[in-house]
Design a protein around this ligand. Structure first.
Ligand code: ADP
Ligand code: SF4
Length: 678
């Protein structure tokens, strides 16, 4: 039967190749890179299996003089790299999708810490790769050097074709790559690669022409181009030079993949931007070219996707994060199973795979990154091995996921929660300012649980150890969460802060108990909570100081690409920011604080203190029930999620999923439970 969504499944010609549908997994980093090719390939293959018509690599270094260490990206330095990429192209082709490779030469955005080579830059300039502040500069590329880079790019394209790629990129986005920098304000050259826009675009044009000439007979040549840097007239602008560049090159590539730059602007979190936020920047491109256009904007709604195509914004729906949260998104739309789509929540935990140099993780999809090493599939799980019943106490992210996945295996599951509403910490946190999309963690799981008839959910059911034993289930999983500490103990302080003050915890604030007047937030947690609570209290007209012993406010949010935006918002709300300080003592009207570098003490007047420090695992039930296990009254007893070890939501979901996968399995604690790539 024809459907409104058919347009998403129309094949589309990209130069000499044809994509089977309009779902395009754009290049995205994953922390596997060249170091773990099996993990990377299995992850990409899963996207193809789930229906993505095009599946691309991450940025892939073409030469050792553009070495992106300490990050693990792709490498196609020599023919020796071809077999690695064949793993991926085979995995993608197996499911009828096209494979794309994003070739890159990164100029001053390459740290070259591994190769120790000098990268070529538009001029000799400070390296911005690695930490962003690595000592050293690039070498100014002569015209001969540019010729060499073109040759390296051409050779890499030929290798990529031999490795089986169907789409080969020329990359000029994310405020990265020599081609982009030559087009930008960094170019002060006096030769025919500098000065006029025609000159500054010359190198990018040459890369595209070289690539077409080398592989264009059988591969599509795509460009990835950032049409705006959100820097005003200081950077590339969609209604400025970007417009002219697209006009000049309009028909040259086989495909335009367009976005905004830098990465923090491209992959904005849901706390700051919503679905489709890039449309206003990229929509001009289709008016200037007849070639297909791909764009991104964290589209998870099939209706928004259809609309973006119908309104002429793009021809193919580009996605990194929606394809990570749900590799089977296209197939679910095709089957009319829209409610089964595991929608990305826009938290950027996936990004921390790259920024922390580890395999990709996802809050919504606990199987992401585990495809090869644990053999996990996002849609398929082993059937039950026994008829045993399982009681799960606590319906936060850990308990919900454990129940859902055990239910999917076919087990009889009883899930209880003391509260009237499921979701635990996610229900509370998603009600904080601008975190409402996080509710998707609960919504998707509840929708699935409602469909599985062997899961019985009992809300408003607080359980004691006695209740649990009386319930009679032989297996008990405790997912009872954690409680924020109120005494200041955390990473920095190992003893309670002395003194008497009006102390609040995040739990208090999230449950509606709010301080008034001058409030000091002490953040030894360093992720989103301190900043989000400052936003909440600003709405409540408090006068706020956000203080942390770390060198910067909300330190860890740099890894989710959010820190700049958080700081900007806090400044706008007139929150006083105080880094490098910790609590020394408290009184009802003031806090004595210590500079962690100089040990100098000072006094801050405050009516209340909010402690965002460590959490205490709610493991009392576990300790109470352990004797029942020892005495044989329970067959198994497990504590998972924040009750086991407080962590991020992604870890709670993962813990729940792991518990379900490992249920009824013999686990040998002496053996690493996943394959290690060496
Ligand atoms: P996690 O992140 O590990 O899933 P949460 O704190 O989000 O943990 O969720 C824990 C859930 O467990 C909360 O919804 C809480 O109401 C529930 N809970 C805690 N103790 C009990 C108990 N004794 N009986 C029933 N539910 C409980
Ligand atoms: Fe989306 Fe968060 Fe998963 Fe990334 S980690 S794909 S942002 S849900």
């Amino acid at each position: 039967m024809p459907s409104r969504y058919d347009i998403l499944f129309q094949p589309i010609r990209l130069g000499p190749v044809t994509a089977p549908n309009r779902f395009y997994q754009v290049p995205h980093c994953n922390g596997f890179g060249w170091r773990m090719p099996q993990g990377m390939s299995a992850m990409r293959g899963m996207k193809a299996e789930g229906g993505w018509g095009v599946v691309c690599t991450e940025e892939t270094e073409i030469h050792h003089t553009s070495d992106l260490s300490p990050f693990f990206e792709g490498r196609i330095w020599s023919d020796d790299d071809i077999p690695t990429w064949q793993l991926m192209t085979d995995a993608v082709h197996k499911h009828g999708a096209l494979a794309g490779i994003e070739l890159t030469y990164n100029s001053h955005d390459a740290s070259n810490l591994y190769s120790r080579a000098s990268a070529f830059g538009p001029r000799s300039m400070g390296i911005t790769g690695g930490s962003g502040y690595e000592p050293g500069q690039t070498r100014a590329a002569t015209k001969d050097d540019l010729k060499q880079v073109r040759r390296w790019h051409r050779n890499a394209a030929i290798r990529a074709k031999r490795a089986g790629f169907d789409i080969i990129y020329c990359y000029a986005a994310h405020n990265m790559t020599l081609a982009f920098h030559l087009m930008s304000k960094d170019n002060d050259r006096a030769d025919e690669y500098g000065g006029s826009l025609v000159n500054r675009t010359r190198f990018f044009r040459e890369l595209i022409e070289d690539t077409k000439e080398a592989v264009g007979d059988s591969c599509a040549v795509a460009v990835r181009f950032a049409v705006d840097e959100l820097l005003g007239t200081e950077g590339m602008q969609f209604d400025g030079e970007a417009y002219d560049i697209v006009s000049m090159l309009a028909e040259l590539p086989d495909l335009w993949d367009v976005n905004v730059s830098a990465w923090k602007n491209d992959s904005t979190t849901s706390r700051f931007e919503k679905e489709g936020n890039q449309e206003k920047y990229i929509s001009f491109v289709k008016k200037l070219t007849t070639k297909p256009v791909v764009g991104v904007g964290r589209y998870t709604s099939p209706d928004s996707m259809v609309s973006a195509i119908e309104r002429g914004i793009m021809d193919m729906i580009g996605a990194a994060r929606p394809s990570i949260a749900d590799p089977f998104l296209p197939n679910k739309i095709k089957a009319g199973r829209h409610e089964d789509i595991r929608e990305c929540i826009g938290c950027n935990i996936c990004v921390t795979g790259d920024t922390r140099f580890v395999p990709i993780r996802c809050t919504q999809n606990p199987t992401m990154g585990e495809e090869f090493r644990r053999g996990w599939h996002p849609e398929i799980i082993a059937p039950k091995k026994s008829e045993d019943e399982i009681l799960i106490v606590g319906a936060g992210p850990a308990g919900l996921e454990a129940a859902r996945a055990l239910g999917q295996r076919g087990y009889h599951v009883i899930l209880t929660d003391a509260k009237r509403e499921a979701g635990g910490r996610v229900a509370l946190e998603s009600a904080l300012p601008n975190l409402n999309e996080w509710r998707r963690v609960i919504d998707w799981r509840l929708t699935q649980i409602q469909k599985i008839e062997n899961i019985y959910f009992y809300p408003s059911s607080p359980m004691t150890a006695k209740d649990i034993l009386e319930a009679g289930a032989p297996h008990v999983i405790l997912a009872t969460g954690a409680t924020w500490r109120s005494d200041g103990v955390g990473r920095h302080l190992s003893r309670p802060v002395p003194g008497n003050a009006n102390v609040f915890t995040p739990d208090d604030l999230m449950n509606g108990k709010l301080p008034q007047g001058k409030v000091l937030i002490y953040d030894d947690d360093h992720y989103y909570m301190g900043g989000v609570l400052a936003e909440l209290l600003a709405q409540n007209n408090c006068e706020i100081t956000l203080m942390t012993p770390a060198p910067t406010i909300s330190y860890w949010t740099q890894f989710t690409l959010e820190q700049d935006r958080i700081l900007k918002r806090l400044h706008k709300l007139n929150v006083t920011l105080l880094a490098d300080h910790c609590l020394a003592s408290l009184s009802p009207t003031a806090a004595t604080v210590t500079n962690v570098i100089t040990s100098a003490e000072s006094t801050l007047a405050c009516d209340a203190v909010v402690m965002v420090t460590d959490r205490i695992p709610n493991d009392a039930l576990y300790l109470e029930l352990k004797p029942a296990l020892t005495e044989g009254n329970l067959k198994s007893l497990l504590v998972i999620g924040d009750a086991e070890a407080p962590n991020i939501i992604a870890q709670a979901v993962f813990g729940g999923h792991l518990a379900a996968r490992e249920f009824d399995e013999q686990i040998d604690l002496d053996v690493t439970p996943f394959k290690v790539e060496r």
